[in-house]
Design a binder for this molecule. Structure first.
Ligand code: SF4
Ligand code: SF4
Length: 299
């Protein structure tokens, strides 16, 4: 049961033995309740631990909204992009041939030029250029924020600038910024999808919760995200959100089923985590039981 001494003490000891724990929360598609789950377990765990929640859904970060908080402590983030020095360029095209993103264009007998929105900032062109004609330029891609939610819970948020097409470098910047915050438990709320920006968010996770819903689309996207997590060789479990909205019944690797409950919907719209708005009710168990079940602390 929630808050009972024995279980909490056991968890506490294990976390302290381990030093810290990184939990990934993901989902194949948007709108499955991934952020709701991440926010609620963060809030719950912050009653006992120092928790850092990283909102790595950089195209559409919304964890702060679910806490009714304004983002604070903005830092503008920039990344490397190549800058060509045509005085040194011998038009060898090595930069273009080695750019896996096709971000460098060269016309016959012309100099290379950059399509900046395609550049992933990998620096390969910079490294392969034989004449050092590529210099280090930079561009802003978005902002990171550090917002205190409560005395034990800090939210680190990454937000891509409008018009930027590359989530991956922004996720890396967000994870870097999060290193400023010390915590016993880190929870990473990833973007939807299965791209390299999601893989980057989950890279250090020791356990992953894949949040889905029991719809045909939910099943399809769950399969995709499971493939990615398995490829990354991560321990993972499935959390079914809005259980009961269809006849589909997902069973495999399911650790928790959060039923469709109007109280959770209400807490969402009011910007208060359900575990706070309905403290000491069955709502808490929906979010706490998966954590207790999995023995997170006994890797
Ligand atoms: S930094 Fe990487 S992605 Fe960007 S232009 Fe150079 S090789 Fe291409
Ligand atoms: S690799 Fe360097 S020298 Fe060759 S085309 Fe690119 S910028 Fe010019």
């Amino acid at each position: 049961m929630v808050g009972e001494g024995v279980e909490w003490e056991w968890v506490w000891e294990e976390v302290m033995d381990h030093g810290s724990m990184i939990i990934g929360v993901t989902g194949g598609k948007g709108g499955t309740g991934k952020s709701t789950f991440a926010v609620n377990i963060s809030s719950l765990l912050s009653r006992k631990y120092r928790v850092k929640l990283i909102d790595a859904d950089v195209e559409c970060p919304n964890d702060h909204i679910l806490f009714s908080k304004e983002l604070k402590n903005e830092v503008r983030e920039r990344i490397f992009i190549p800058s060509f020095n045509y005085q040194k360029c011998i038009k060898c095209s090595l930069c273009q041939k080695n750019c896996s993103e096709n971000a460098i264009v060269m016309f016959k007998n012309g100099y290379p030029f950059l399509l900046p929105n395609l550049c992933s900032s990998c620096k390969t062109c910079y490294i392969v250029c034989p004449t050092k004609a590529i210099e280090s330029g930079s561009k802003f891609i978005g902002s990171t924020f550090i917002t205190e939610i409560n005395e034990n819970l800090t939210l680190v948020t990454g937000m891509l600038d409008p018009g930027q097409e590359r989530s991956y470098p922004m996720v890396l910047r967000t994870l870097d910024r999060a290193n400023e915050i010390k915590s016993e438990i880190t929870i990473i709320d990833t973007s939807a999808g299965t791209g390299n920006h999601v893989a980057a968010s989950l890279m250090d996770a020791e356990i992953v919760f894949a949040v889905t819903e029991e719809t045909p689309l939910g099943l399809h996207d769950l399969e995709m995200i499971e493939r990615l997590i398995e490829k990354m060789d991560k321990m993972y479990y499935v959390i079914v959100n809005r259980h009961g909205i269809s006849d589909i019944n997902i069973k495999e690797k399911v650790l928790g089923k959060i039923p469709y409950d109007e109280r959770i919907a209400e807490s969402y719209y009011r910007g208060i985590p359900a575990v706070e708005m309905f403290k000491n009710t069955d709502i808490e168990n929906y979010f706490l039981e998966p954590l207790m079940e999995v023995g997170i602390w006994q890797r």
